[in-house]
Design a protein around this ligand. Structure first.
Ligand SMILES: O=C(CO)[C@H](O)[C@H](O)COP(=O)(O)O
Length: 363
């Protein structure tokens, strides 16, 4: 057993680098949770925390690390472990709304990767979702994990955007169609357009929902990463554009009629403008229909006469419409309930908040 004792300044750390007189630094990854009591609970008391863990660089060596906190109280939220990030987080109050949203996505990405990937160097197959938040997930993976660990991992995209992200970061790329029957990815990270308290999701704002669902359900666990705007009491409350539905182009008008009959409020074929005239075409050659419904009930039953649906009942009805390839409702089981894969809901959702903290909802 290797014993280390460090005196740290600050509230929380996710990576500690030990520099030796010679040779490369030794990176130790810590759990993403506050290490010490909050200042209000006794900021003048010296505290210590002991961790037993393995370093990815030396997986056979068992380490014990004792962290001691200085007596000065702290008032800062958890910071991702880069100097750049620390600076932007502490200036969050003065940030523009766009900066604030980007910072919150990045915070959530770093914390989710720290919690689910950094302590588990044996994870080798990772799914990468689509959208603007996932950009920060890939940044977090690239910057938090040592190169020799990354070289043992393979990353599975959910469309053209995440394929480019993986390649640009110099990570190993593999396609989900190469996953052997019965095999699963260890974990998959993806964003969402809206998240309800039961962790049902609306996805597909970026038109990648079909491959996203295939990758999520091919993973042992799905981790959702988002910003504060995505937290919702009921799907359809915050995301007003409607549930994205991937359809066979020749069936699109028929699907629209069926959706109206089910109570959807003005479903529409998503246009490709400004980039493309006509309908948007997905990575799979399909179209997207956006179908707004009244806010979806998390529990209870649907009242179909009134067009008021419970999430699972609506999802089950939508997926049965002929011509529908896949729907942007992620519902049913979560990863904890289906360890063998097949679950659409995340095991955890990380939300970067306006105050610089990260809120975590667990299944
Ligand atoms: O489902 C998706 C793409 O099909 C995205 O995950 C969702 O639209 C969230 O995107 P962003 O991170 O840009 O807010």
């Amino acid at each position: 057993m290797n014993k280390h004792h460090l005196l740290l300044r600050g509230a929380s750390y996710s990576t500690v680098s030990l520099y030796k007189r010679s040779g490369p630094p030794h990176h130790l990854h810590l759990p993403a949770r506050p290490l010490f009591p909050s200042p209000g609970a006794g900021g003048t008391t010296t505290a210590a925390a002991v961790f037993n863990f393995f370093s990815p660089a030396h997986p056979r060596q068992h380490h014990s690390l004792t962290l001691s906190k200085p007596t000065r109280p702290h008032h800062r939220p958890l910071n991702p472990p880069t100097a750049k990030m620390s600076t932007s987080t502490t200036s969050a109050a003065a940030a523009s709304p766009t900066d604030l949203i980007e910072q919150s996505k990045r915070l959530a990405a770093f914390q989710s990767v720290t919690a689910h990937l950094v302590p588990y160097p044996h994870y080798t197959r990772i799914g990468i979702g689509s959208g603007s938040t996932v950009v920060y997930v890939v940044e977090a993976i690239s910057s938090l994990l040592p190169r020799d660990v990354l070289s043992t991992m393979t990353f599975y995209p959910t469309g053209a955007q995440s394929e480019e992200l993986i390649e640009a970061a110099g990570l190993n790329l593999q396609y989900i169609n190469k996953l052997a029957p019965g095999s699963l990815l260890d974990v998959c990270f993806d964003g969402a357009d809206e998240v309800d308290p039961a962790l049902n999701l609306i996805k597909g704002g970026g038109a990648c929902l079909w491959q996203e669902k295939i990758v999520a359900t091919s993973s042992k666990k799905f981790v959702c990463v988002a910003d504060f705007r995505k937290i919702s009491p009921a799907l359809g409350t915050m995301w007003k554009k409607g549930i994205p539905i991937e359809v066979l182009p020749l069936a699109a008008n028929r699907v629209l009629g069926e959706l109206e009959r089910m109570g959807s409020l003005s479903p529409k074929i998503r246009p490709g403008l400004p980039g493309k005239a006509g309908a948007i075409v997905t990575d799979n050659g399909m179209w997207i229909v956006d179908a707004p419904f009244k806010p979806l009930r998390v529990t209870g039953e649907s009242d179909r006469e009134k067009g008021e649906w419970q999430v699972d009942e609506l999802a089950d009805a939508l997926i049965k419409i002929p011509g529908v390839a896949e729907i942007g409702l992620f519902y049913g089981r979560n990863g904890n309930e289906g360890q063998g894969g097949g679950a659409q809901k995340p095991v955890e959702a990380y939300f970067g908040m306006e105050d610089g903290s990260v809120k975590v909802l667990s299944a």
